[in-house]
Design a protein around this ligand. Sequence first.
Ligand code: AP5
Ligand code: MG
Length: 190
Amino acid sequence: MNIVIFGAPGSGKGTQSEKLINEYSLHHISTGDVLREHIANGTEIGKVASAIIANGQLIPDNLMIDILADNLKNHPDAIEKGVIFDGFPRTIPQAEALNELLKKEYDSEIHAVVGLEVAEDELVRRMIERGKSSGRADDNLETIQKRLSVYHKQTQPLCEYYKNAGKYRPINGNGTVDEIFGEIKEQLKK
Ligand code: AP5
Ligand code: MG
């Protein structure tokens, strides 16, 4: 099963991905983690991504699509295990490229989109709290506000896109980590 874990910055995508990996042994791709690794290693991609991330904007679609395709190519067992896509897609063109890649290269598809729906003040609270120790260049109030605005403009339209495809599974993302995970498992069983 290939799952997109979808939601605003701070909605719990990474946290719930960890739990899903433990439960179902899926291959996890967090595009944010991949980019932060590039930055830490000082690669060419890292040099491009660094300022964009610190400014709360999105990395260009073509670069992100290449990164994702490379990751799948480098993990030949990924589709067989099932993939959890965390932080990708973030735009309609990314979603369309993902559909095409899965179909063409792997004769596969996205089976469910788990949408973590969290109140905006809670998102801000979580990211400010994490910023006290994360060292992430984007966990400060100014960048958090830009990330949320970019999310509403560029990423949220994907909700409608996946609803129209019959794949969107809304989850109340405001409870405890375990409550939310329980609700995700219920939805995936369906
Ligand atoms: P990315 O790393 O994907 O960041 P994000 O989407 O902004 O989300 P976060 O990772 O901050 O939050 P999360 O939803 O994973 O929540 P988490 O579990 O950590 O992307 C960073 C940047 O990279 C982007 O801004 C962009 O520049 C670039 N980028 C990445 N992908 C891209 C793409 N596809 N296209 C273009 N650009 C791309 O939880 C947050 C905090 O809350 C944690 O501290 C956690 O412990 C806590 N928490 C979690 N659940 C709960 C709970 N239930 N109750 C209380 N606290 C909780
Ligand atoms: Mg994350």
